[in-house]
Design a protein around this ligand. Structure first.
Ligand code: GLC
Length: 523
């Protein structure tokens, strides 16, 4: 008779037999030019087998159940709730005391935004990670996170965590070692020797934060050159042409999965691979990297889900699903989301229909994450394949410059584009927290949430939308936030307002009942 351990060894053998050939192929696409490619493969092989064997027994069943029914991912009633832990509940202890809230709302996935230890000071809302193996100490500990994941598991709620895989903080141990001149770690980053090469590279690149962090390179005296920094100067892009970097991030995924994390939001996937003379966005190798992580996780932790954060045109997002092969299991349905707001402004669903027709091209094995708002800005430029420049301009002005019902605010744009928009869904929909249930803004918000719940995929509720939470105007007083308008739509949860959710005669109760009612949870 077999023991549970030998069963697990058998599962690992079977998973390895199925997914190692695919992982090998993806690694070859990325690294076959390396003179020691055969050794690299041997190391990956040993790594994934050891990690798969070490997968904690408490998680074996999760893997087995999902593997036995790959269609689980399309199962109905799966809803994601996305929030900043500190804004929602103060810290992880506070969060642990609020889990019933999610149960009541019918949520099946919790996505606390960037919660690993960030650099001190400005950290781009936690997206500049100093240590992938520690939780932000202001929020709690890894043990506390593990305990929450275990509690959620008993309620059939999965935990999704951000993996900021494109860059580390300048203060991460790898970057610190690189700064002291360690050659091994220097090769984890990308450094240009002089301004001439910076100028040459910039010709092809697009600014992500043109007003708050112009340019894609930052001079660093310790590094003796210009470090590649697509986002803020303190966010150092990783060099994925170095297989050691891919391996480190794989180890990070494995480590966090062993703590009970069931899903990873792979941050900024379009930017993972750089090649001189290109826009360094959505290159074939970026898709191969994600596919390689998926193939590796199919061996180590098959129950874990990978979500691509690629806020791009649809044609650039779709390949992240990996076609017939492995790829991300989920991706933000960014085009449809943006189109919904556009359609609402025009009272014309044409743009929504065009984007929905395009989104159908997603492979059946994967799911769209359908959403109304998130913690980032609404980027009109991503609709440029589906709408004329004058349309993008009109929507950008409507929402960002108060030309319609919305009180959103304009943010920045890459050169030649149209400013994106900041603001909570309620503010964009023209809803004031003091309005009554019949207010047009309440109807707009309910309409958008109804649509994202009706679409094929997983609906996402962004923190506070379920009670029509408004903007945080006070962000401008906070020196760490004032320079980045996205803080407008990252308010603190208003628990006094949330307490009114039980009374559907109030605006909060009405919206809560409506949104919770859309997300009928399959038990
Ligand atoms: C992602 C995050 C965003 C962050 C950026 C850089 O787009 O959603 O908030 O600023 O990555 O990490």
């Amino acid at each position: 008779m077999s023991t549970p351990d030998t069963d697990h060894a058998g599962d690992v053998r079977r998973r390895f037999g199925r997914s190692w050939p695919i992982l090998k192929e993806r690694l070859a696409e990325l690294y076959s030019d390396a003179p020691d490619f055969a050794d690299i493969l041997t190391r990956f092989r040993e790594r994934v087998i050891a990690a798969a064997m070490a997968r904690p027994p408490a998680l074996h069943q999760l893997d087995a159940v999902r593997e036995a029914n790959p269609a689980w991912i399309q199962g109905p009633g799966q809803t994601v709730y996305s929030f900043y832990v500190d804004r929602f509940a103060g810290d992880l202890a506070g969060l642990a005391g609020r889990i019933d809230y999610f149960d009541d709302l019918g949520v099946t996935w919790l996505h606390p935004l960037a919660l690993l230890e960030p650099r001190a000071g400005d950290s781009d809302g936690g997206f500049a990670v100093a240590d992938y193996r520690k939780v932000d100490p202001r929020l709690g500990t890894m043990d506390a996170l593990e305990a929450i994941a275990a509690d959620l598991r008993t309620r059939d709620i999965g935990l999704i965590v951000d993996i900021v895989c494109n860059h580390t903080a300048r203060e991460h141990a790898w970057a610190c070692a690189a700064r002291t001149g360690d050659r091994v770690y220097r090769d984890y980053y990308l450094v240009l020797p002089d301004e001439e090469s910076v100028v040459a590279h910039e010709r092809d690149l697009i600014d992500v934060f043109p007003s708050s962090a112009p340019g894609n390179f930052t001079y660093d005296a310790d590094m003796g050159g210009w470090v590649w920094t697509t986002f803020y100067p303190f966010q150092w892009d990783l060099n994925y042409a170095n297989p050691a970097v891919f391996a480190e991030m794989l180890d990070t995924l494995i480590f966090l999965a062993s703590k009970g994390v069931q899903g990873f939001r792979l941050d900024s996937t379009p930017f993972l691979w750089k090649a001189t003379g290109t826009r360094c966005r959505n290159l074939p190798q970026a898709y191969a990297l994600v596919a390689a992580w998926r193939a590796a996780m199919d061996i180590v932790a098959p129950g874990v889900v990978l979500l691509a954060e690629a806020i791009e045109g649809l044609d650039e997002v779709l390949p992240f699903f990996g076609g017939d092969g492995p790829g991300c299991d989920a991706a933000y349905n960014n085009n449809v989301m943006t189109a919904l707001w556009a359609g609402l402004a025009d009272a014309d669903a044409g743009i929504v229909r065009r984007c929905m027709e395009g989104a159908i091209a997603k492979p059946a094995k994967a799911v769209w994450l359908n959403y109304v708002r998130c913690h980032d800005d609404l980027i009109w430029n991503t609709l440029s394949d589906y709408a004329a420049p004058e349309d993008l301009d009109r929507w950008s002005r409507f929402y960002g410059r108060g030309e319609g019902f919305s009180s959103g605010r304009a943010f920045h744009t890459a050169g030649g584009g149209f400013p994106s928009t900041n603001g909570m869904a309620a503010a964009l929909a023209g809803l004031d927290p003091g309005d009554d249930v019949q207010a047009p803004g309440a109807k707009r918000l309910a309409l958008l949430y109804g649509i994202v719940h009706a679409l094929d995929g997983w609906p996402l509720v962004y923190m506070g939308d379920e009670i029509g939470l408004g903007d945080d105007l006070a962000y401008a007083e906070n020196p760490l936030q004032a320079g980045d308008g996205r803080w407008l739509h990252r308010p603190r949860m208003d628990w006094d307002a949330a307490a009114r959710r039980a009374d559907s005669a109030t605006l909060q109760g009405h919206l809560w009942k409506t949104i919770a009612g859309f997300g009928v949870r399959a038990r």
